[in-house]
Ligand binder design. Structure first.
Ligand SMILES: *[C@@H]1O[C@H](CO)[C@@H](O)[C@H](O)[C@H]1NC(C)=O
Ligand SMILES: *[C@@H]1O[C@H](CO)[C@@H](O)[C@H](O)[C@H]1NC(C)=O
Ligand SMILES: *[C@@H]1O[C@H](CO)[C@@H](O)[C@H](O)[C@H]1NC(C)=O
Ligand SMILES: *[C@@H]1O[C@H](CO)[C@@H](O)[C@H](O)[C@H]1NC(C)=O
Length: 447
């Protein structure tokens, strides 16, 4: 994506903000997790799906310029957004691994019957402020287009067609549009209106964005680095950073956490426990937030993993991304073997009688309800250490069975992923302005 288009979107969005924000303003959106929690096997299937196709996406790079991660259907976090005039409430998957904000749209105008599923789609014609971007608008150049892409400059209504693909082959296509979003801001005794660009999706297909695995969501809120993401569009208004805290979704009732766009004063900036690591840019995958893993420790023993295993090479392979839309964590095969061996050596618990499909290392903890599990720590560039609790990398696949929730990925197949399970209980701040990722285990109670 060319930077000059980014610039033009910036300009248009800047002028569209009717009321410039005060420095203290930020946006606070509740993050929800749908119950019931997904089964680990379901989760694994959608995650693996997502990664397996990455290489194909890379090969198809020229045709499909957006290399994005697919939101896997399960183990997701959702954000509510009110869009249109009058506002229609929508539930979207919060995904740092993709850019586009899109919704399932319906063109139904009158007497929309349940078959048009009002409530499960955005009724574009019921919003007086909805309008598709014209195909000749500069904003239209920011989205990938379908092969058949007629555009008539002299026609008043010639909508901007988009087609956005995820790495598992799932895709959405329709009209790249704009409408007013009703947002609750921090200072807001009253809600504020912001114009948002999004994909009004009429064709949606693929395992991760449709059917049961999508869990009733109306679309995806892309929070990636690209200029069309929700974070980029609102960053100009509220500050070019966002943060969230993903709460443990196995808790009942699930605790409330928030996605915050902008700087929540007195929480993040004054949090002395915040650790930081630089966010790296991969020009071949400009959507993703990359960080660099330097080494891995298991119970203070540094594992013998060649540092090159983690590196992002000159053709854009490798590296590690932080993704809220993937559930499990994926590491290169060479690192995986070392982690597996080190954990196996330290845990004296029995193996289950039968193998758990998709997981290589499981323990039967029936006899020991509070098993002592080894501590994993990831040493990151910049000297910070991410030391998650064992529940972030051991998943209960069934009553009394805990499995290592880390999966191997061939380096040539793609990249490492810090999934949302690994992120639980931490406050993460994606500071796009300073190009750094902040994290703290002591930040969630504030949110
Ligand atoms: C473009 O639209 C104009 C106005 O509606 C029409 O006269 C013209 O034939 C169209 N051109 C094409 C190539 O369809
Ligand atoms: C916005 O605030 C109102 C009033 O406080 C509340 O009822 C509503 O749920 C909030 N909406 C969102 C999307 O946060
Ligand atoms: C786990 O161990 C208990 C005995 O401690 C046994 O009854 C149970 O069947 C085992 N479960 C599996 C899946 O192996
Ligand atoms: C690993 O560390 C945990 C937590 O510090 C501790 O409880 C456990 O005993 C250690 N295990 C081994 C085998 O060193």
């Amino acid at each position: 994506m060319s930077p000059r288009f980014t610039f033009s979107l910036f300009i248009s969005l800047w002028f569209l903000s009717a009321h410039p924000a005060t420095a203290k303003d930020y946006l606070k959106l509740p993050l929800l997790h749908k119950t019931p929690p997904p089964s680990p096997t379901q989760t694994l299937l959608s995650d693996i799906h997502r990664l397996h196709h990455h290489q194909n996406t890379r090969k198809g790079y020229v045709k499909s310029p957006v290399v994005s991660g697919a939101p896997s259907g399960s183990g997701q976090y959702f954000v509510e957004l009110r869009l249109g005039s009058p506002p229609q409430p929508l539930l979207l998957v919060a995904d740092t691994g993709s850019d586009l904000l899109w919704l399932t749209c319906s063109a139904c105008r009158h007497n929309c019957t349940p078959s048009h599923s009002p409530g499960s789609t955005f009724l574009a014609r019921h919003s007086s402020s909805f309008s598709p971007h014209h195909c000749f608008d500069s904003a239209c150049r920011l989205v990938p287009h379908p092969d058949h892409n007629p555009c008539n400059r002299s026609r008043l209504h010639s909508p901007c067609r988009y087609q956005y693909s995820y790495s598992d082959g799932s895709m959405t296509s329709g009209f790249f549009s704009e409408d007013m979003a009703t947002l609750n801001t921090s200072s807001g005794r009253e809600a504020t209106l912001e114009k948002l660009s999004f994909g009004c999706g009429f064709q949606i297909s693929g395992p991760s964005v449709s059917g049961a695995s999508f869990n009733g969501a109306h679309g995806v809120m892309g929070l990636g680095r690209g200029s069309i993401s929700f974070a980029s569009q609102l960053g100009h208004r509220f500050g070019d950073k966002f943060s969230y805290c993903l709460m443990d979704y196995t808790l009942s009732p699930p605790p409330t956490s928030y996605l915050i766009i902008g700087d929540e004063q007195n929480t993040i900036s004054s949090n002395p426990k915040m650790s930081f690591t630089p966010l790296l840019i991969n020009p071949l995958s400009p959507t993703f937030y990359y960080i660099e893993i330097k080494s891995v420790k298991i119970n203070s023993t540094k594992l013998r993993i060649d540092p090159s295993v983690w590196s992002l090479d000159e053709v854009g392979n490798g590296g590690t991304i932080v993704d809220s839309g993937t559930t499990l964590t994926f590491v290169p095969e060479a690192a995986y073997v070392e982690i597996l061996t080190a954990i196996k050596r330290r845990v004296k618990l029995p193996s289950p009688g039968k193998a758990t499909p998709g997981f290589d290392l499981c323990f039967n903890v029936t006899s020991e309800p509070k098993p002592k599990l080894p501590r994993l720590s990831l040493e990151l560039s910049g000297g910070s250490v991410l030391k998650p609790p064992p529940m972030n990398y051991f998943i209960d696949t069934e009553e009394g069975i805990k499995c290592l929730a880390v999966q191997p990925v061939g380096k040539e197949m793609g990249f490492s992923v810090i999934g949302n399970l690994m992120q639980q209980g931490f406050l993460f701040e994606f500071d796009r302005d300073k190009s750094r990722l902040g994290f703290s285990r002591h930040g969630c109670t504030f949110a």
